[in-house]
Design a protein around this ligand. Structure first.
Ligand SMILES: NC(=O)c1ccc[n+]([C@@H]2O[C@H](COP(=O)([O-])OP(=O)(O)OC[C@H]3O[C@@H](n4cnc5c(N)ncnc54)[C@H](OP(=O)(O)O)[C@@H]3O)[C@@H](O)[C@H]2O)c1
Length: 301
């Protein structure tokens, strides 16, 4: 495959470049600010892209003519308080422009959305449940508008809504396990919300989901992607502490509302991933995902 992966300097994109380039795919990865972490000695090419610049989008597609576009780039950190204008320019208009150009070139596009646009509740949610992004989350609203832009571009597309993903990244990325590790590296307890429940997903499971979608040509589909267990951030953090041999005293349980400056509160988003499972997809267990992450640190593949 000849892949254009947007957001390759980010957590998911960086892992994607490694995953796909290591198995022989030809990869062009885009960055916005941090290019140097793209080099994996596996032939991947790094190109700068500002999604807010339509001309650059046209130029990159014209120049590289990929067989698939994996669109991961976004203003993806809700706690950074990006303005509505910034979120719209990158997450909505940028996605719309990219999806339109890809459709015009007949290139299938896979868009990474988020589970945060789904309603919170005690029961597992499958793809038939209507999105309901919380009013306080401009990020979740922008991701829903991104989904709508992808759908209206009328090309071949698929949308994946992953839960919180974990695994290693670069010094500039901030997966949930990296966030916890950094607290521990400073000798501080990691603040872990006991009232936010999510279907934590090992990052590479997104890539096997993409492979399943491409293999079955399941275009026009929306796919939930979460791990088997729905855990609170606190339960997840304790399990990660156990895997790393870190004492539980370095895990500080709290309600989301207790963290100063945090936007958002208690939530329960348990993903039912039946659409992906029908394609034969199976995510790692949390324990396996932890083991893979730790094995990579030891130099394993
Ligand atoms: N991480 C999760 O747990 C999670 C969960 C659900 C959904 N998602 C979705 O998954 C995708 C990847 O998330 P992530 O965690 O990898 O995010 P991330 O680490 O913050 O990476 C975001 C990427 O987008 C790029 N970017 C930012 N502004 C851009 C612009 N104006 N033009 C072009 N590229 C721009 C960044 O480039 P620079 O870093 O070079 O500036 C970076 O490569 C996002 O779409 C996010 O909504 C993530």
């Amino acid at each position: 495959m000849k892949l254009l992966i947007t957001g390759s300097s980010g957590f998911v994109g960086w892992n994607a470049v490694r995953y796909f380039a290591n198995q022989g795919d030809s990869v062009v990865g885009t960055f916005h600010t941090f290019p140097h972490y793209l080099h994996h000695d596996n032939g991947a090419v790094a190109v700068r892209l500002d999604l807010a610049d339509r001309t650059q989008i046209h130029e990159i597609i014209r120049r590289f003519q990929p067989t698939f576009v994996f669109h991961f780039a976004a203003l993806a950190r809700p706690q950074l308080h990006n303005s509505p204008e910034q979120l719209h320019a990158v997450n909505v208009r940028g996605t719309n422009d990219l999806a339109t150009v890809a459709a015009n070139h007949d290139i299938p596009l896979i868009y990474l959305s988020t589970d945060l646009l789904l309603p919170s509740g005690p029961n597992p949610i499958d793809e038939s449940v209507a999105p309901a992004p919380p009013t306080h989350s401009l990020y979740a609203q922008s991701k829903l508008q991104g989904e709508q832009a992808v759908q209206s571009a009328a090309g071949r597309w698929a949308i994946i809504r992953p839960s919180v993903m974990f695994g290693d990244g670069t010094p500039h990325t901030n997966s949930f396990t990296q966030f916890i590790d950094r607290c521990w590296e400073r000798g501080e307890p990691a603040p872990l919300f006991s009232d936010q429940f999510r279907s934590f997903l090992f990052v590479e499971d997104v890539f096997t989901a993409i492979e399943a979608i491409i293999r079955t040509e399941s275009w026009g589909g929306i796919f939930h992607a979460g791990g088997e267990q729905c855990l609170s951030r606190a339960q997840f953090g304790l399990a990660w502490a156990d895997a790393c041999g870190v004492p539980h005293t370095l895990c500080k349980m709290m309600a989301a509302s207790q963290k100063t400056g945090y936007v958002g509160g208690a939530s329960h988003i348990d993903l039912d991933c039946r659409a992906l499972r029908q394609l034969g997809w199976e995510p790692h267990s949390i324990t396996d995902g932890f083991q893979q992450t730790l094995r990579r640190r030891g130099g394993g593949r």
